[in-house]
Design a protein around this ligand. Structure first.
Ligand SMILES: *Cc1c(COP(=O)(O)O)cnc(C)c1O
Length: 363
């Protein structure tokens, strides 16, 4: 069966091999007589799944030994509260607002700490990134928050800021939900990274948190125990029942990523996919992407038809060609093609071929 190409922003396309393996193991995982969904999270079968997933992720993302990997619940949005509850002590936190997701983060954090706006790109409608040299960082900030890939606006930090070089000793917290595992991470510049799995790691239901050891153990007294990084880390993410099936699926995805050659190989493919699409859009008189070229996202590519009255025709035609979920987010309009790790180059080629043909038949 040839499956359509799915450009959803999330929950998003998964590798077909992973779905096939999960289907084959659905009723009986490795001769255990159980589906992974039916296993105790404390049994040796699930523990082996969990330990392999964690080890594979640590290897893939080259997570240093002084960082802990936590599998939590509540998604990126819950982390908008959980991070300040654990790291802020109710004090000052600096936010760099670059789009909808970091906007949500500062709004939620205001409930728990003195959240300050260090920089924003709102004036240019979230189409470029504010230069780190211009950020107004607070001397007493407990941490600095940024979203390294704004899924809705399609803008990405291609290099993490070096806060120390900016005279700031506070740790950097990044929301990397929508580009985790698409490129290597420079952990020397990061204190904590979080992301929901449903963009690039697996199905919804599990949230990845990678946190430097020294940032654990400072939760505010009213932080719920299940969200206290000390409690979660000490219990190996099993203080409460973890989302076992989602962790298993993410684990299969990590194995698939290793078979693909790891994160550096994925990055090269992601560069090739994104370049193909952006180059076509830039060369066309029919389509338009408004993001400054040096910060365009490799994962989420928003684009407009210059004649917006043709949007519905474009989407209907795409669907009939097996190109799914291309409608843009309502706050930006137009189209959005999310081209995560599991989207093959052939999918982007098919999209560009369709766009070219649509342009030809319309003019
Ligand atoms: C999708 C997304 C979120 C929200 O994740 P939930 O799992 O829905 O809470 C947060 N940040 C970014 C960058 C996202 O792409």
């Amino acid at each position: 069966m040839k499956r359509p190409y799915n450009f959803s922003a999330g929950p998003a396309v998964m590798p077909a091999e992973v779905l096939q393996q999960a289907a084959a193991e659905m009723l009986d995982w490795h001769g255990s007589g159980m589906s992974v969904m039916e296993m105790s999270h404390r049994g040796k079968e699930f523990i082996s799944i969990y330990e392999r997933a964690e080890a594979d992720l640590r290897e893939l993302l080259a997570v240093p030994a002084h960082f802990r990997i936590l599998f939590m619940q509540g998604g990126g949005l819950a982390e908008n509260a959980i991070v300040p509850l654990n790291l802020s002590g109710g004090g000052v936190v600096d936010f760099v607002v670059t789009g909808s997701w970091s906007q949500k983060s500062i709004k939620e954090a205001r409930r728990f700490c003195d959240a300050r706006l260090a920089a924003s790109n709102e004036a240019d409608h979230h189409t470029s990134l504010p230069d780190p040299a211009s950020w107004r960082l607070s001397a007493d900030a407990r941490y600095v928050h940024l979203c390294t890939n704004e899924t809705i606006h399609g803008i990405e930090f291609h290099e993490l800021p070096d806060l120390k070089a900016l005279g700031c000793e506070a740790p950097l917290v990044i929301d990397f939900s929508s580009h985790v595992a698409s490129r290597p991470v420079d952990w020397s510049r990061v204190g904590l990274a979080f992301g929901g799995a449903q963009k690039n790691l697996g199905p919804a239901g599990v949230t990845l948190v990678v946190v430097r050891e020294d940032l654990i153990g400072h939760a505010m007294p009213h932080c719920p125990s299940a969200f206290d990084y000390r409690v979660v880390a000490d219990n190996h993410s099993m203080y409460n029942t973890p989302p076992t099936y989602a962790i298993y699926m993410a684990g299969l995805t990590f194995q698939w990523l290793k078979q693909q050659g790891g994160i550096a190989a994925m990055e090269q493919r992601n560069i090739a996919k994104a370049s193909l699409l952006y180059d076509y859009i830039d060369g066309s008189q029919f389509y338009l992407n408004k993001v400054t070229p040096d910060c365009r996202s490799r994962m989420n590519v928003p684009f407009l038809l210059r004649d917006e009255s043709r949007n519905e025709d474009f989407l209907a035609g795409a669907k009939s060609q097996g190109l799914l979920q291309l409608k843009g987010h309502k706050s930006v309009g137009g189209m959005r093609a999310s081209i995560y790790n599991a989207m093959p180059l052939e999918g982007v080629q098919a999209l560009v071929a369709y766009m070219r043909e649509f342009e030809r038949t319309q003019s």
